[in-house]
Design a binder for this molecule. Structure first.
Ligand code: MG
Length: 384
């Protein structure tokens, strides 16, 4: 961490601490310890084989949830340092923000949510919190990773009032319409900057996005023109990289300047002022927000709904819901550890308990593990 923190930054002095009190770490900050626990978790390693947009086996060069999370952390740290916010906390939130994602990205999450309709639903944000609070089994003295309140608060980006009521302190702000810390707000925006830009890169590389069509997007066209004017003979891939790095830089600079001005105008002096403010204080200027929306619209129409992505999405939904049905109706097919857990939870909570254990098992799968498990269950020629 460079320099001193701004008065509105999250710090150990104003932390709400951990659920299970622990002595402070001798060499690291509390948030560094959170980050390190996240990096050492099983769920973090699984991100390497989980889909962002492209399924893992489609190519070695596409973003995965792991490289995406690292890009989010990089962008987040830059912004945090520029605004003298807590860089360690920002990094911890960024690295943990997608831990609860299912295999096959949003297709997997939608399928699991549909399967769980009668049993409380499935939401990847809530699952990320479940992973760090309960599902990671690593430490002798507590379940989960026992992270600080601030890291957990940043992980839980959104939450229905219904779910918030069951979550205690961490769900409170969704009932009171409060804001999370600035570090949480900025990690959320860094996520958006990262995926919009890397999806342009991956979409072009995969041949699903066309350069000509992308030039209808103002943000892209402006930077593409600038790069092309300065380097007319630059190879296409290098041109794209130059354009994307400039777009990221523009978004990040706008976010830093706009947020700094808003914090000053609002007279924010303490992290509690941030939480009580009626709206998020971190954000883009209205001009940049509109340019960003235009880029997102383009990606939605041309990439996320491209027929090749839709085909993979349809397959992914089928795999996830067939896995769920098989395990839910025949828990004897579950590996021992999950079968025992399903029986235990069913005793306490009925069918909803069994459904939740099946969901935890499926949500934890990587893309390729889900595909292999599906084959083992449904392909008679496959070894079990
Ligand atoms: Mg993300």
């Amino acid at each position: 961490m460079n320099g001193t923190l701004a008065p509105y930054a999250a710090s150990e002095a104003n932390s709400r601490g951990r659920r299970h009190p622990e002595p402070p770490p001798p060499y690291r900050s509390e948030y560094q310890r959170d980050r390190d626990r996240i990096v050492h978790s099983t769920a973090f390693r699984r991100l390497e084989y989980k889909t962002q947009v492209f399924v893992n086996h489609e190519g070695d060069l596409f973003r995965t949830r792991l490289t995406h999370s690292i890009e989010v952390a990089q962008i987040g740290r830059t912004i945090a340092r520029a605004l003298r916010l807590n860089e360690d906390l920002t990094e911890a939130i960024a690295l943990a923000h997608d831990l609860g994602h299912t295999p096959f990205g949003h297709a997997g999450q939608d399928a699991l949510n549909a399967c769980m309709a009668d049993y409380g639903g499935f939401e990847h944000n809530l699952q990320s919190l479940r992973v760090v609070d309960e599902l990671e089994e690593k430490y002798a003295d507590f379940p989960g990773l026992n992270l600080t309140f601030e890291t957990r608060e940043g992980i839980l980006k959104h939450c229905s009032p219904e779910n918030a009521r069951h979550l205690g302190e961490i769900g409170q702000r969704f009932l009171e319409r409060g804001q999370p810390s600035l570090e949480a707000q900025l990690a959320n925006l860094a996520d958006e900057i990262a995926y919009n830009n890397h999806d342009v890169d991956d979409g072009l590389r995969a041949g699903l996005l066309a350069l000509e069509a992308l030039r209808e997007v103002t943000l892209f066209r402006e930077h593409h023109d600038t790069v092309h004017r300065a380097h007319p003979r630059l190879a296409p891939r290098r041109t794209i990289h130059e354009v994307i790095r400039r777009m990221i830089n523009r978004l990040v600079s706008d976010l830093i300047e706009t947020s700094r001005a808003r914090l000053e105008a609002a007279g924010i002096r303490h992290p509690d002022d941030v939480r009580r403010w009626p709206e998020p204080l971190m954000g883009f200027s209205s001009e940049m927000a509109e340019l960003n929306r235009e880029l997102k619209r383009h990606l939605r129409r041309h990439l996320y709904h491209h027929y090749r992505v839709e085909r993979m999405t349809a397959k992914a939904r089928r795999i996830v819901s067939e896995l769920f049905d098989a395990f839910f109706h025949h828990p004897e097919l579950l590996p021992d550890e999950y079968r025992l857990r399903a029986r235990e939870r069913e005793r306490q909570q009925g069918a909803a308990g069994r459904a939740r254990v099946v969901t935890d098992y499926i949500a934890g799968m990587t893309d390729r593990y889900a595909i292999a498990e599906h084959k083992r269950l449904f392909d008679p020629l496959e070894l079990t």
